[in-house]
Ligand binder design. Sequence first.
Ligand code: GDP
Ligand code: MG
Length: 457
Amino acid sequence: KKRTVDNLRSPVVCVLGHVDTGKTKILDKLRRTHVQDGEAGGITQQIGATNVPIDAIKEAAKFVKGFTELAVRVPGLLLIDTPGHESFSNLRSRGSSVCDIAILVVDIMHGLEPQTLESIKLLKAKNTPFIVALNKIDRIYDWQPNAKRDVRDDVKGQSKLAMNEYTKRTNDVIVQFAEQGLNVALFYKNPDPNEYMSMVPTSAATGEGMGNLMALIVEYSQSMLTKRLMYSNELQATVLEVKAIPGLGTTIDVILINGALREGDTLILAGTEGPIVTQIRSLLTPQPMKELRVKNTYIEYKEIKGSIGVKIAAKDLEKAIAGLNVSVACQPDEVEFCRSEVAHELKSALSSIRLQERGVFVQASTLGSLEALLEFLRTSSIPYSGIRIGPVVKRDVMKASVMLEHDSQYAVILAFDVKIERDAQELADHLGVKIFHADIIYHLFDQFMAYRDELKA
Ligand code: GDP
Ligand code: MG
């Protein structure tokens, strides 16, 4: 079937910005759940996807003037919650590559912050359009929130005092963007959406501006991204997460952008021990408006079309690697070709990572988290001599033990969000290799620094 304007897929929307600007809270507000409270260390560690159906958007945008008259052609929005910490920049850039449009969240009380600049760099590099959510307007002195109206009227209804501060802070942010070579304007003053990115005042706490934000994303997507959003039958799907689920075994959370997946399809994807070939046992999505990461009951499908976040249950997914594309072999003779394609993609991703002769050994559960950790180690001037995606096994300890002869402070394995096999730990204890284990990058770093100081003392 030909690609047409009458058959659009949901835009994939990434939420970027400095830590604590309210990225998770904005998503929470939209899906009315409370993922933020349950996150490890308050930081979003993994990418999650939320499908927001068009009816939910219409409900959120019901006070937005002009939106109800607009012909809505996208079936919904697929929101990606990317991790907020600066060391996750690689995951974010991976996010941006599947990302059609981004929400760049800026705290109106803080203006542009270091990670905002980093996000801007990524968006520019990937040529990703974005809308600025100028968040936390409720914190302006004397602000009287009214979420049950169009945010333009909400702003107009403020006291002179609140209005002055709002205007001043908004103008400061516009100047800061200009310093980054970017034209932004309040959406209701935007002279030309081709030249100026729009900025929406929001409060994830009160809900102000959330409808306008949704409406703008839909409007922008339909007018500027039509071509990109025309649904294609050619499979385009990326693994976001590999997760063990009670009753289902190890599953993969996939973002399916284009094409369809069917129960029984032969799936080929990258694994720590080489490409995995397996049959799709079930295709699952959470109930609408819930995030894939949150435990709940699933809806099962015989066939599912992009764009959507989907959980796949199948055999042999234990060693799957997140962050790469999946293929489907339609004919048995395509399997070999898909295997080599998948192997090549992983090889080129890993070979671009430069290793030092002396340094720690690094292991992580996903390509994205591995890259994020390496980025962090680089900025902290900690060298690494070996990398692997997957749990710590004896072979890894043997490799790390080589450093005992060269530079014993680096006879260390930094294990990020991966299991350590019992016999591997025993071998490490025996040989004198230290294994540090954590699921927050900071903690891993702190453990290693404390250990190094201890060695020096
Ligand atoms: P993230 O790191 O960007 O994901 O930020 P969070 O969503 O975790 O929010 C950081 C903190 O700011 C939390 O305590 C939120 O409750 C708070 N917060 C987020 N948005 C708003 C807002 O619009 N107004 C106010 N007053 N607080 C907010
Ligand atoms: Mg967050």
